[in-house]
Design a protein around this ligand. Structure first.
Ligand code: COS
Length: 387
């Protein structure tokens, strides 16, 4: 399929593909085995300017949008979504500042993120606030010129590795979602430490860690926007970033399809390459069709977001839910095509299948995505004002 990429977009895709082939593929199994954060690869991405894709030029970025970012995420994901989430997770952490921060905050933090000198991470989830994001218990209380933060964030992507954290806290518990606020906390701030680093089924190259705040004091200037806006900031950020999960999904699908087709061309049974059997061709045909359908939806969602559209919740959730469900199916099918070999660690598809599962869970479970789509449909069909 030709998606009529501009010259720049094609260059981004080619560059990311080259880094994925040369730097990620050779080490992905080892990173997975050792649960090792890919610092060296992040440095290569930074040196190639890919960390700055979605930031405006006045803050040291390349001035691209969601689409350019997703093209890079897709290509890195073809090799390994454990690595691509380390790359994309920093963008998630940066978006609250980029979309809602003051000029001072943007000038202070974005250039280092755009150059890749510093990584960012987003802290929303807590032990009792997963799908029900409004249930967060971490508090920030204004004391003079400082906020005092107490509480624990759980399963934070990039936790411990990132330098800048955008954290959602309660500044007024009595107001529910309208009492949440977004605040910037820098690594090294007194009272801010890292708890358990999780041991995961997949995306094992990435760090998933607790953030622990114990009377952690940050200047009141670290508040993003105004008090009470934290929940809406989090929701708006997720609306922007969920197609990135779609980009991970389509890259992962492409990697699984490439492996399965190449294997089926080589593997001989009953005296013939197994690709000559219609039973195998049908599995591959479905894998290819579903991957292309996901790609078309994710690319359209990105282009819609980059057009400046306001009502992006539904298309963003659709891109995430569809492509991640497809990624789960396509990677299971890839293992099936490789049969017993697919189940062994000698081939990459067992890792791809383990990795795929998280796509249906993080940045909002696929059940939550369906809720979001359902709610938007109710509003649309009732003729109410869209978000
Ligand atoms: N954009 C702007 N505002 C939004 C919004 C969006 N996408 N979604 C909700 N809001 C606003 C609502 O309009 C409402 O505002 P008012 O108080 O002015 O009425 C407020 O936020 C609360 O919304 P709602 O009542 O819908 O909140 P719920 O508690 O029912 O939660 C869901 C909504 C379930 C969608 C939300 O909690 C969610 O997305 N959960 C998943 C969280 C997630 O993705 N976690 C992954 C970890 S982060 S990597």
């Amino acid at each position: 399929m030709d998606y009529f990429l501009t010259e720049t977009q094609q260059m981004i895709k080619d560059l990311a593909r080259q880094i994925a082939d040369e730097r990620v593929m050779p080490v992905r199994a080892e990173l997975d085995e050792r649960e090792e954060f890919p610092r060296d690869i992040i440095k290569v991405l930074a040196d190639s300017d890919l960390m700055g894709l979605c930031y405006p030029e006045q803050y040291g970025g390349l001035g691209g949008g969601t689409f350019e970012n997703c093209l890079a995420v897709e290509e890195i994901s073809r090799a390994c979504i454990g690595v691509s989430v380390c790359y994309a997770g920093s963008g998630l952490g940066a978006y609250p500042i980029l979309l809602f921060g003051s000029e001072e905050q943007k000038m202070k933090y974005i250039p280092d993120m755009a150059s890749g000198k510093k990584l960012a991470a987003f802290g929303l989830t807590e032990a009792n606030a997963g799908s029900d994001a409004s249930g967060i218990q971490t508090t920030a209380v204004l004391d003079g010129d400082e906020y005092v933060i107490n509480g624990t964030k759980q399963w934070i992507t990039g936790g411990g590795e990132a330098e800048i954290y955008t954290v959602i806290v309660m500044t007024d518990k009595s107001r529910g979602t309208r009492g949440a606020s977004a605040i910037i906390v820098e690594k090294g701030t007194e009272g801010f430490s890292f708890g358990t680093k999780e041991k995961k089924m997949g995306i094992r190259a990435s760090a998933t860690t607790e953030l622990v705040f114990s009377n952690c004091r940050v200047p009141k200037e670290n508040l993003i926007g105004r008090e009470g806006r934290g929940f809406v900031i989090a929701m708006r950020v997720l609306d922007r970033t969920r197609p990135g999960i779609g980009a991970q999904a389509i890259g992962l699908c492409q990697g699984a399809l490439d492996t399965a087709v190449n294997y089926a061309r080589e593997r001989k049974q009953f005296g013939k390459p197994i690709i000559s059997f219609q039973a195998v061709q049908h599995i591959l045909a479905d894998m290819a069709t579903q991957t292309e359908a996901s790609r078309a939806l994710v690319y359209s969602a990105c282009r819609f977001i980059d057009s400046g559209a306001k009502n992006i919740s539904k298309i963003s959730a659709m891109a995430k839910v569809f492509s991640s469900d497809v990624a789960m199916k396509v990677t299971v099918d890839a293992v099936q095509v490789l049969g017993g070999y697919g189940y062994m660690r000698d081939y990459p598809v067992e890792k791809m299948m383990r990795d795929a599962k998280i796509l249906q869970i993080y940045e909002g479970t696929n059940q939550i995505q369906r809720n979001v789509i359902g709610q938007e449909l109710i509003k649309e069909y009732a003729g109410k004002k869209k978000k």
